[in-house]
Design a binder for this molecule. Structure first.
Ligand SMILES: Nc1ncnc2c1ncn2[C@@H]1O[C@H](COP(=O)(O)OP(=O)(O)O)[C@@H](O)[C@H]1O
Ligand SMILES: [Mg+2]
Length: 256
């Protein structure tokens, strides 16, 4: 059974997709067989990995539109060894489709997925819709990237409410893998203060060493490469390598 990690925050622009693509690439480079599933119809995971998706190619969103659809049909290889992608449908309208919260969990439990992957990363939309609920219902862990400014606290409180609801109903095994500061700049006083406040409110042990602000991460995305291939020595690459090294032993823990 692969370990499943949802990367979520109720706010947009907190680095979810950047974390999903680069953490997936780092974990794949460490030897895990990784499947990245893009549930955000912006479809940025494919762009970030330089994968071209044909107009009528199957996508992860087909699951929510067609009861017969299979996730395996949507999976394509990426330029990185060990890393596969189930891309998003850019035409999918969030809020549309079947409401079944277990649809993704069921699709991921199919033998073709369970035998082929060690880890599944789910990139999620910020909206509180059935796609986010599907991701949180399917996941063993949730990783929460946040930008350490004042408005993030409210977004995180909102996400925590959703998490506790899911934990007490459809997915009691869901755990918080960590709260991950992104685009962080140590010398900005507000970033430090917000990070201290996040630690106080949500527990210091949950706060991971962050991903610093690094324009190279945005550039890498623009050319469709993970940072580890685009600029392996830059700050962003160092931070993602450290994040993967921190999480890999936790993710190896058997969860079933
Ligand atoms: N650590 C970082 N340093 C600099 N820019 C970043 C960093 N993380 C993300 N970005 C940029 O911020 C923007 C939003 O990031 P993205 O990953 O798309 O967020 P989300 O998926 O949460 O909407 C993108 O332009 C991305 O390139
Ligand atoms: Mg995104």
């Amino acid at each position: 059974m692969p370990r499943i990690i949802a990367i979520s925050n109720r706010k947009g622009g907190t680095g979810k997709t950047t974390v999903a693509v680069n953490l997936a690439a780092e974990l794949a480079a460490l030897g895990a067989r990784v499947l990245l599933v893009d549930l955000d119809s912006q479809g940025h995971c494919a762009a970030g990995l330089g994968v071209k998706i044909g107009q009528d190619a199957p996508t992860a969103h087909d699951l929510f539109l067609d009861p017969e659809a299979s996730l395996t049909a949507a999976i394509c290889q990426t330029g990185c060894a060990n890393l596969a992608l189930a891309p998003a449908d850019q035409r999918f309208e969030h809020g549309s489709g079947a409401r079944d919260e277990r649809r993704l969990a069921q699709a991921l439990a199919r033998e073709k997925i369970t035998s082929a992957y060690d880890l599944v990363l789910l990139d999620t939309p910020p909206s509180l819709d059935h796609l986010l609920l599907n991701a949180l219902t399917a996941a063993h862990w949730v990783l929460v990237p946040y930008v350490p400014h004042q408005l993030s606290l409210e977004g995180m409180r909102q996400l925590m409410r959703v998490l506790f609801k899911v934990m007490s109903s459809s997915n009691p095994q869901l755990k918080i893998l960590g709260l991950l500061p992104t685009m962080a700049t140590d010398h900005i006083r507000q970033h430090r203060l917000v990070s201290e406040e996040v630690a106080r409110q949500f527990g210091a042990s949950r706060v991971l060493a962050g991903i610093r602000n690094d324009i190279r991460l945005a550039e890498a995305f623009g050319v469709g490469k993970p940072i580890r291939s685009y600029a392996p020595k830059c700050r962003g690459a160092q931070d993602f390598a450290r994040l993967a090294a921190t999480l890999a032993p936790i993710l190896d823990t058997p969860v079933t």
